[in-house]
Structures are given as structure tokens and as C-alpha cells.
Write a protein that binds this ligand. Sequence first.
Ligand code: NDP
Length: 329
Amino acid sequence: MSNASSPSTTHTDIAIIGAGPAGFTAALYASRANLGVVIFEGMQPGGQLTITTEVENYPGFEHGIMGPELMDVMRKQAHRFGAQSRFETITKVDLTQRPFTLWNERNEATTADAIIIATGASAKLLGAKGEDTYMGYGVSACATCDGFFFRDQRVFVIGGGDTAMEEANYLTRFASMVTIVHRRDDFRASKIMLERAHANPKIQFLLNSVVDEYVGTEVNGMKKLTHLAVRNTVTNDVQMIEADGAFVAIGHQPNTSLFSGVLDMDDVGYIRTQPGTSYTNVPGVFASGDAQDSVYRQAITAAGSGCMAAIDAERWLETVRHEAASTQH
Ligand code: NDP
């Protein structure tokens, strides 16, 4: 890295925003290509895998690996080749001129010749009353992280897509009964996932229903969810249902608001990349991982797309620098 325009501004060849499988893999490839790499790890270093337990489907780990450990190993592997982590959150970017400028939460600037976006996605929440209060005290957005705590209890899964079906099935390993609460009587979930849920004797359905409020109490100074206020969307009747756990499974939101109005995105906010590449509509800015993938959303596909982004960025930089050098001669 070298100093750029002002003494307080650092410069790097490639700035990577986000530190999940996509960001770390991009950092590994880019630093092995001998480029200066800074990874801005942001608010959730390690990304979504840090809130999972065991990852059984990441190739290379016959007996599985814990999510946080996988992220730690990936970080160390990238650092081994010179990539630097900064535990800062990027709050503003200027992509209108090169080098690009990124500002952290303290308004400190970094300039970069290329940017790889690997900001991932976050689980969407209902926004219903009591959700914040009981989050982590009965309310969760991740069955694999928290299912274990609900052994022999009554849990609810909110949503009607594949995530809801998958989470409900998973939760039957622990819970005495799992109720899927869905706002319609038709499902977005795929047929096979829905059939699997229907066939599971521990799963029941509460359709045309929405959770209006999470209700709870305090036991020995600890908050605890006890009921859900569930409204029938047809009759508008509200009933208080006893609940030990509520898992919100209504989809994910890509963490891309930083780039809205600048980068092309779909209606939901997933960054559009040119088919088969990581190129965005701004030359020099590449996107990888869940920030641009609404379909696969797996650690391995995120890692693969991080690799693509690093290779695309490296080749793009080489071309741009070569052209700049030839115009100078
Ligand atoms: P989806 O967008 O497919 O489904 C979200 C569900 O949540 C819908 O049923 C939707 O209802 C409901 N919902 C959304 N907002 C609200 C709200 N505010 N209140 C109540 N309900 C709400 O998201 P998923 O996460 O389920 O799936 C995303 C993608 O990932 C899909 O392509 C899916 O196939 C894939 N996936 C695949 C898996 C697998 O194959 N193993 C596992 C998990 C996901 P409505 O239908 O009325 O809009």
C-alpha cells in the first residue's frame, strides 16, 4: 500500500468490502496475485457463517467444521499472502472517479483502484411489536444457530418459502411441535420442500395468519417469549398462542444500500452482474457472494464467486494499467 492524495488517506490496489466466504476468498486470490488488498470486515466479521453452528456442506471437511472456525481459517489463509483486515465499516463510497474512495464510520478515507463488494445479505425481520425486545430471548432468525435451545418446546416458524420449510424440518429435531405461520394459504416454497414439511408429523400449519406481536415475560431477570398474537388475515380475529420460540424465515435482504442509485440492482437490491462474471455496471467494481446471488446463497458458491471477482479484478487492473502505461509512452 502507498500513501495517496492526503496523508490521512491510504491507498490500496483492491478494497474488499465484507468478510464472509466471498470476501476472504477474493482476498486470498487477489493477495496471491501480489496485489495490495484491504478487507473491510464491517459489522459482522466472518459474515452469516459466524451465526451458524456446524457447516457440513463445505467441501474439504469430511466431518464438518464450525462456521466461525471456517471463517477464521479463511481469514488467516488470506492474511498469509499479505491481505490486511480492517475492522471498520464502510459507510460511504465514491464510485464516480478512479481511484475510488471509501470512507469508514470515522470518516477516514481509503482509495482503491478496484473494489470487490462482498457485503452479503441479512435475514429479514417482521418488524412486529416486541421483535426487538425478544430477539435472542425466544425470537430468532436462524434455526441452525438456536434450534438446539428449544428441546421439547413449542416453536413457530414464520414464512412460506423454502427457508421456512427447511427451518421447520430442522427444528423438529429438537422441538415438541413446530407450527408454520404463513400469511397466505398458497406457498412460495418448492413442491418437494412443502411435501416434506406436510409429511413431518411434528409440523402443523397456521395459514392466512400473521404475527402482530411477540409477547413475553421476565423470569429471574431474564426476558422470555411466552405468546404470539396471531391475526387471521381473513377474519381479522387475533388469538394469543402460547409459544416458546419464534423463528422468522421470510427471506433475506442483500446488504447493498451503500451502492443504491450507483450500481444496477434488481427490485430487491441484489447487485446485477454481467452474466457469468462479477462485473457490475461500474468498471473496476466487482460483486460477489450473497450481495449479488438470490438463488444459491451457499458458502461454497459465495467463495466461488469471490474467486471470480478477484480474477476479474486482477485482469481488469492489468488491462487498465497497461493502457495507462502505453498512453504515457
Ligand atoms: P422467499 O422469498 O422464497 O419466501 C419468503 C416467504 O416469507 C414467503 O412465503 C413470503 O410470503 C413470506 N414473507 C415475506 N415477507 C413477509 C412478511 N413481512 N410477513 C409475513 N410473511 C412474509 O425466501 P426464502 O428465504 O424462503 O427463499 C429464498 C430463496 O432461497 C428461494 O429461491 C429458495 O428456493 C431458496 N432456498 C432454497 C433452499 C433449498 O433448496 N434447500 C432452502 C432455502 C432457501 P408470500 O409468499 O406471501 O410473499
